[in-house]
Design a protein. Structure first.
Length: 277
């Protein structure tokens, strides 16, 4: 999969380099060349016409390549850091279903992706619950990849990683408060944030406060958050649950316009072993 991403980046880089050469040649070749003050348009075989060369009011020259190709290249690079390596090649379409509940869950996520612009603009969040090996992380990673390929910003990380990345900025050195605010703001501003493995490790009261702060600020800005956990939304009695970890208020914000999808089917790894036996 890393090879596939590398090949895509190489192809996109080649196309961008070719566009740069074409613009430079047009500007410097022979008689009849355009004056520096003309706007020139390039033609991308994939994305069509784009402004390739112009001069602003201050007399500064600007060269550009196809914005669509550039966004795709940036998305391909982002896949290498925004999604764990094992899941970089997954898509919603590659999620295999062997039961009706799985098909219904997949249809809900496909519908989100079909209207990705609306889903992201309206902050449509998800909570994925269920046992290990049921495809929750697969679908979370697929949504991040979909967002990146659509030129949105997105990231997937575990709840522990999110909390740790903020807490690591705490110290007495000058600028500590600014660094903490900067890391938090990065999470607030992502178009899509997927928080995996909630409940896999203990969450302190301060950690729960940080998770609520991120979820709440994103809710206020209408930015969707996907929360993934092996825990139930609400537990019977005093058992551990998503609600007991992050609180009713955080869950309420995720479900305002969002929905819970229960991945309550067999671990696909165990199923594959049974079929192979």
């Amino acid at each position: 999969m890393t090879t596939a991403i590398g090949a895509a980046l190489k192809s996109l880089s080649g196309r961008l380099a070719q566009q740069t050469r074409e613009v430079s040649t047009t500007e410097t070749s022979g008689s009849g060349r355009r004056t520096p003050y003309d706007t020139q348009w390039g033609e991308c075989p994939k994305h069509g016409r784009y402004k390739a060369y112009w001069v602003d009011d201050g007399g500064t020259f600007h060269y550009d390549t196809c914005p669509g190709c550039r966004r795709q290249a940036e998305a391909a690079r982002s896949l290498e850091i925004a999604i764990p390596p094992r899941f970089r090649g997954v898509t919603v379409a590659s999620f295999e279903c062997f039961s009706e509940p799985m098909k219904r869950a997949k249809e809900s996520i496909v519908a989100w992706g079909r209207e990705a612009d609306v889903s992201i603009a309206r902050g449509r969040s998800f909570i994925f619950t269920g046992d290990a090996g049921t495809g929750k992380t697969h679908m979370g990673a697929a949504l991040v990849a979909l967002a990146l390929r659509s030129a949105y910003t997105a990231k997937m990380l575990t709840a522990s990683e999110l909390i740790s990345s903020i807490c690591q900025t705490y110290d007495k050195a000058p600028g500590s408060a600014e660094r903490t605010a900067s890391v938090k703001q990065a999470y607030f501003d992502l178009d899509l944030l997927v928080i995996d493995e909630l409940g896999r490790s203990p969450v302190s009261a301060h950690g729960a406060d940080l998770l609520f702060e991120v979820i709440n600020r994103r809710y206020e800005q209408c930015r969707p958050t996907v929360l993934i956990s092996n825990l139930p939304l609400v537990a019977d009695g005093d058992g551990l649950s998503i609600t007991s970890l992050i609180g009713d208020a955080a869950v309420s914000r995720l479900l305002d316009g969002g929905r819970v999808i229960a991945f309550d089917w067999e671990d696909y790894r165990r199923r594959e072993k049974k079929e192979a036996a």
